[in-house]
Design a protein. Structure first.
Length: 550
């Protein structure tokens, strides 16, 4: 009588890091040759648990060093209260629990949530990483998703047609400390949409289809220049994490040598204690040089590899790329090429980052920023401001978007000359930069037009500073006009809608003689004249009204 294992095979599909283009892990997929064993596993938790164990053993037979993603139904975890046999299989395969991510998939309906959360807690206590699978196309409640606090959230590619939803999920992931992945990516357009919406990982046939042998290379489309640059604080280290080559702290030099010679893509090995905390870092070139020297193998092969290692350089998973560079800059310059271990809040290694990946990304960021600067004022252009507007909308933040320009600027150029006009523009730009504080962003979109993005309570001092100053060009007095639209959560969907709300306010401000300031609220009719002819007496002190009030 044939067993279900006789007709079951496994395929591997890479999970791709969209920043580095490298493979971040392998999802192990059951591929039965006959029958529908997955449908049976959905109804039979014991069978689903055995499938997970078989997936680990199948990966071990392929001798892959990459982190694994193992699929388990939510109902299985709730029913079994954890997966003790899986932990045993991982140990027998010579792997560590934190190298394995449990992809918890739907259906979640009728699954006892408390039992599921207790099982997730037990897996996490063993060291396994947790992924919420099928989000967006499945039935996982948001409350359960936040209670699970997964390390990874996997979205269905169909959600890419709704970028606002993907951006909102990225915001939620940032709050939970999770990474965001998109599954089922089949086209370059979908890949670009995933990157633009903030996804950090992806998988699908575009990169590599599921295959019997783990893919050594994947195709990742080049990033479009139109993709918004990361914030100035620097991209998160999460975007650059590569799988780490881990061995126990007690490993011999011979074991490390065998790993390095059999895996030319591995640049170094981290020796970790029983809890997965890095204790020594073994650099590939320095180690092999020591082993290849005269008597090197005889001297070191059976001795602890830790003697040929260095203290590990580590950063937290929430660090930025700039903070990693600070770590690299401290200490021995001969170690600048060493991998930096990335650790979770328990100090366990979750991967490594390479200096080359960080330098490349930060250099691209600076090039993009420089290309977007206005040559006259050296202020960023509209793309930087509109990108930040979209981020604040996705974050659910109230903000004030303002348009500032010089009244009758053409007459300034005609009467005082273009050199005086240029100097006036530079002076306005410098004053705006000086007046900006906190989260206020200033951009120069061309000519005499400036954009200002601020929190509502940060706009009053800036408006007073700009409108109360005495401006002149070639001895001729000049005035400024300011138009502001206040956007509360839900009032606009993106920067285009915010700009459309701002356009009539600018026209209203320009219709007022002298220095003027007009304030409107997105989604509400009318506007308030806060400075200029017709301004109410109460507006003389620029007191900002409560957000959302008419």
């Amino acid at each position: 009588m044939h067993s279900w294992t006789d007709t079951l095979r496994f395929a591997f599909q890479p999970v791709v890091n969209l920043t580095t283009g490298g493979v971040a892990g392998l999802e192990t997929l059951a591929r039965p040759e006959t029958g529908d064993i997955l449908a049976e596993a959905r109804r039979d938790p014991e069978l689903d648990g055995r499938l997970a164990v078989s997936a680990v053993r199948a990966a071990a037979r392929k001798e892959t060093l990459l982190p694994l993603h193992i699929n388990v139904f939510a109902g299985t975890l709730a029913d079994l209260g954890g997966l003790t046999p899986l932990h045993t299989a991982v140990r027998e395969a010579g792997r560590l629990p934190w190298e394995v991510t449990i992809d918890i998939g739907p259906p979640f309906t009728h699954v006892p949530h408390q039992a599921l959360l207790e099982a997730v807690g037990a897996l996490r206590a063993q060291g396994f990483r947790i992924s919420a699978d099928g989000v967006g196309d499945g039935d996982v409640p948001l409350r359960l998703l936040t209670d699970m606090a997964p390390d990874l959230v996997k979205l269905d590619a169909s959600l890419l047609a709704r970028p606002a939803a993907v951006r909102a999920m990225r915001t939620l992931c940032d709050q939970l400390g999770a990474l965001l992945a998109v599954e089922g990516v089949e086209t370059e357009l979908q890949c670009a949409a995933a990157v633009s919406a903030g996804a950090q990982l992806a998988q699908g046939d575009l990169f590599a289809p599921p295959a019997r042998l783990p893919a050594a290379d994947v195709y990742v489309p080049p990033r479009s220049p139109a993709v918004a640059a990361p914030p100035r604080s620097g991209p998160s280290v999460r975007e650059f994490v590569r799988p780490a080559a881990l061995l126990p702290a007690t490993a011999s030099a011979g074991q490390v040598r065998a790993l390095l010679t059999g895996s030319p893509e591995v640049s170094g090995v981290l020796l970790v204690d029983a809890h997965g905390v890095p204790v020594r870092s073994v650099h590939r070139s320095r180690f092999l040089l020591s082993m290849s020297g005269r008597y090197g193998h005889a001297l070191y092969a059976d001795r602890p590899a830790a003697k040929l290692g260095d203290p590990p350089r580590t950063v937290g998973i929430d660090a930025t790329a700039w903070q990693v560079l600070d770590v690299v800059a401290v200490g021995d310059r001969g170690r600048t090429s060493d991998d930096v271990a990335v650790v979770d809040r328990y100090g366990r290694c979750v991967g490594v980052v390479r200096l080359a990946d960080l330098v490349r990304a930060l250099a691209e960021t600076r090039v993009e920023e420089a290309a977007g600067l206005n040559p006259l004022t050296r202020l960023p252009g509209s793309d930087a401001i509109t990108g930040e507007v979209d981020r604040r909308i996705a974050d659910g933040r109230t903000f004030a978007l303002s348009w500032l320009d010089v009244d009758h600027f053409k007459q300034v150029n005609d009467g005082a000359g273009f050199a005086a006009g240029d100097e006036l523009i530079r002076s306005v730009g410098r004053a705006l930069q000086h007046a900006a504080s906190g989260s206020t962003r200033v951009g120069h979109i061309g000519g005499d037009d400036f954009l200002v993005l601020a929190d509502p309570d940060g706009l009053d001092p800036l408006a007073a500073s700009m409108l109360d100053a005495s401006w002149s060009a070639g001895g001729r007095p000049v005035s400024l006009s300011l138009a502001t639209v206040l956007c509360v959560p839900g009032s606009v969907t993106d920067h285009r809608q915010a700009a459309a709300c701002l356009a009539p306010l600018k026209k209203a401000a320009k219709s007022i003689g002298g220095a003027s300031w007009v304030l409107g609220r997105a989604g509400l009719p009318g506007h308030e004249i806060r400075r200029g002819t017709g301004a109410p007496a109460a507006a003389a002190g620029y007191g900002m009204a409560e957000p959302g009030l008419g």
